[in-house]
Design a binder for this molecule. Sequence first.
Ligand code: ATP
Ligand code: MG
Length: 287
Amino acid sequence: MTATDAPAPVLTATGVTMRFGGLTAVHDVDLTVHHNEIVGLIGPNGAGKTTFFNCLTGLYTPTEGTVTYKSSALPPKPHLVTKAGIARTFQNIRLFANMTVLENVQVGRHTRTKEGLFSALLRGPAFRRAEKASEERAMELLAFTGLAPKRDHLARNLPYGEQRKLEIARALASDPGLLLLDEPTAGMNPQETRATEALVHAIRAQGTAVLVIEHDMRFIFTLCDRVAVLVQGEKLTEGTADTVQADERVIAAYLGTPFEGAPGEEEAAEVAAAEARTEETQEGDQR
Ligand SMILES: Nc1ncnc2c1ncn2[C@@H]1O[C@H](COP(=O)(O)OP(=O)(O)OP(=O)(O)O)[C@@H](O)[C@H]1O
Ligand SMILES: [Mg+2]
């Protein structure tokens, strides 16, 4: 295949910057996700990962930069982004707590059903057919995510790990070409985390590309084809699991130790020198 007939990337973010007043949460970030790829997005707390997701999903309009999905610019509204083909889960689970598991998935399906309000109110044959199809598709997704036995449970009664799975099932209900997962294994036990790994592979096998934020490094490095690292809103590096794991700047960013050329390195050195001088003086005083 030549470069010209290669399929367009699923997602292309170019120069994405998001400022909140004086704070630049995301600065000039480029990221591409190709068809059939699982890409990881990692970085310390507050690095801008969720903000970047919000820029990709129409929740925020980036201060600068562009985001395209399959070569088309994304519409600036979350429901239109979902309709275009990007679905997501949230770091803070957002389910309809008092609806059943099945109903939560059916709600996720509404961007793909054509039934209008009047049809729903009249509950005519077309509505009933659409309802049945929607229920069948929702049940397929519950089987796919392992939640079928819980179909009639209220979402709020599910254990935490299953609520996260239900968020994924609901996101899949919009038939996305790209799925964004924000910390899908937070609060999960090791078995649930392994199951989520298998689930993400199965999602990719069905033709949905995945971009995933996670703090669990074992999960990220075994799962992802490529990993991008955000630090203080900027993309520090990007590459295969092996490359990123071996990058001392990444290790330093996580340990909070400055690396050569790191933002703020000079100030950090000045503070360290000042502290050392103070200690010397105090020692001198004690003598
Ligand atoms: N709506 C907002 N208004 C102002 N500041 C915000 C807003 N959303 C995020 N921020 C700030 O932007 C920075 C990045 O936050 P963000 O939640 O994107 O980080 P994160 O990488 O997802 O962190 P974590 O791993 O803890 O989830 C933080 O300093 C945060 O306080
Ligand atoms: Mg976050």
